[in-house]
Write a protein of this length. Structure first.
Length: 511
């Protein structure tokens, strides 16, 4: 006979289950389909618009001109502004004056979140894309950075072999798309540090590394075009984009399995063999999910995070070098001298001696910034001076305008390749490095949330450039006017041309 208490117990369980389901639904609604911030909630912040052709398309293509205009009128004077987001469903975006940076750069991600910004913009929860984890960020910030000296020689060799593998074995000039070539080499150098030597030369792994970033961008565009916010949960089952993403992730798991099992055995059996890669360091952590699927996703996330910054910055620096022969000759000589001194056995100390190259790279980053300090308010917040931002607001700082402020950088529209070298010599030798961050140089972010992989990015760019400048002759394919290939713009994001071509041939001194 069933006890009378059983139905009551089952009812309580059902009640608890429904309560949990309701709570989860509310959380999901707030994160996934919460309506954009109402303009009335930002009525206290001045709005800037284009005087003519004030269309979403213009904000996609020309926000930079509006940024400089509102910087001079408002932001330089400490006044925040709002403007249309090209992705209308996200609501207005706010530009904050630099006086608020101190409160943002050390704040918890539970208050101001970059991962939530990425999820909102790229719809990561709907495309089944790999996402950031604390474990992955920690491994890059701590383990990868402290082991760069151990990786330098291997990275240099992968750059040598990567260029050889992607160029015909010929002494004749070869014309290739610059970004595509450099992205392939960067993927190989990056994979050495992330997954080790076994996979960094695997063509299929390199292809997945290159394709994942574009798959994320394309998935966001496709899902946003086909589904309204309330129905995007269907995309996971109906759309081709998430299916393709899942297929790439599944193939990444298959490719990673042998390396994963080898390193997992070494960790569990306390082997003395020392693997110098992020795969091993992730498995060696005391906390976190160490399942194969999770580790593979973290590897793909790290690949996406590092590939875009490194390959874009490298391409941008190379364009700037090729149109400035007066710098190119001096820096090439500096690189030759450093290579001759170390005999190809690179240490971080030897890399650090290339001060002219480092300064040139930082000036390229100042003039053509790749990254910005972008966040979403997770909850409403009132700054110390009383400025209030409601939850769900996308905001950022005017990095590009700050980098061109004449009160900070004299003659800012002139490319001065040794600007930061002089600052190191006259102000502080320990500041103004390419990988350093400050309140006036925001290419890698700021504060405790600055890009954790920036030191790796700096090393990878330098070592790839060493190979290019010492073993090849390089020039722009279309350099009649001596101009830099035009950058591409999307909202406030800037990137080097991905269509421009360069010509390369092996230098006679390297044969």
């Amino acid at each position: 006979m069933i006890s009378p208490s059983v139905p009551r117990m089952l009812f309580r369980r059902l009640e608890n289950y429904l309560l949990c389901l309701f709570t989860a639904s509310i959380i999901w609604w707030r994160l996934a389909i919460q309506p954009p911030v109402n303009k009335d909630a930002l009525a206290h912040i001045p709005e800037v618009r284009f005087d003519e052709n004030d269309t979403p398309e213009r904000y996609t293509q020309d926000s930079r001109s509006l940024l400089f205009k509102c910087y001079d009128k408002y932001l330089r004077n400490g006044i925040p502004v709002q403007m249309r987001n090209p992705i209308g469903e996200l609501g207005p975006q706010v530009l904050l004056p630099m006086k608020y940076l101190d409160e943002v750069k050390y704040a918890s991600t539970h208050l101001f979140s970059f991962p939530l910004f990425s999820e909102k913009v790229f719809l990561l929860n709907y495309s089944d894309a790999p996402q950031q984890t604390d474990a992955a960020a920690h491994v890059v910030r701590v383990e990868l950075t402290k082991n760069l000296g151990m990786l330098a020689n291997g990275m240099y060799q992968e750059a040598v072999e990567g260029l050889q593998a992607n160029l015909p074995d010929s002494k004749e000039w070869n014309t290739v798309p610059a970004y595509s070539l450099l992205a392939n080499v960067t993927a190989r150098v990056t994979a050495l540090a992330l997954v080790g030597p076994e996979l960094c030369r695997n063509r299929e792994w390199i292809d997945i590394s290159l394709q994942t970033t574009f798959a994320i961008f394309n998935a966001a565009f496709s899902i946003r075009a086909k589904y309204s916010p309330g129905w995007r949960w269907l995309a996971r089952w109906q759309s081709d984009a998430p299916r393709k993403m899942r297929a790439m992730r599944a193939r990444a798991v298959e490719l990673l399995t042998p390396c994963y099992e080898e390193r997992l055995t070494a960790v569990t059996e306390h082997s003395s063999r020392n693997y110098i890669d992020c795969l091993h360091w992730l498995l060696n952590m005391n906390t976190g999910d160490k399942s194969l699927g999770q580790i593979a996703d973290e590897q793909l996330f790290l690949t996406v995070a590092s590939m875009h910054t490194t390959s874009s910055s490298l391409t941008s620096v190379l364009y700037d070098l090729l149109i400035r022969p007066e710098y190119c000759a001096e820096i090439t000589q500096e690189v030759h001298d450093a290579l001759a001194e170390c005999g190809g056995n690179w240490t971080l100390q030897q890399v650090a001696k290339m001060k002219k190259l480092d300064s040139f790279m930082k000036e390229s980053q100042r003039v053509h910034p790749i990254g910005f300090t972008q966040r979403v308010t997770v909850r409403s917040h009132t700054f110390k001076d009383g400025l209030h931002l409601p939850a769900g607001v996308i905001f950022q700082f005017p990095a590009d305008a700050v980098h061109h402020d004449p009160e900070i950088y004299p003659d800012p529209n002139r490319f001065d390749g040794y600007r930061f070298l002089r600052l190191r010599e006259t102000v502080d030798p320990n500041r103004f490095h390419f990988a350093s961050v400050s309140d006036t140089m925001l290419g890698f972010g700021a504060g405790s949330h600055a890009c954790p992989g920036r030191f790796f990015t700096a090393l990878a760019i330098k070592l790839i450039l060493v190979v290019l400048l010492t073993q090849y002759e390089v020039k722009l394919a279309d350099s009649k006017d001596g101009c830099r290939p035009p950058s591409t713009f999307h909202d406030f994001n800037m990137g080097p041309s991905q269509e421009a071509q360069i010509m390369l041939r092996r230098s006679l001194s390297s044969t």
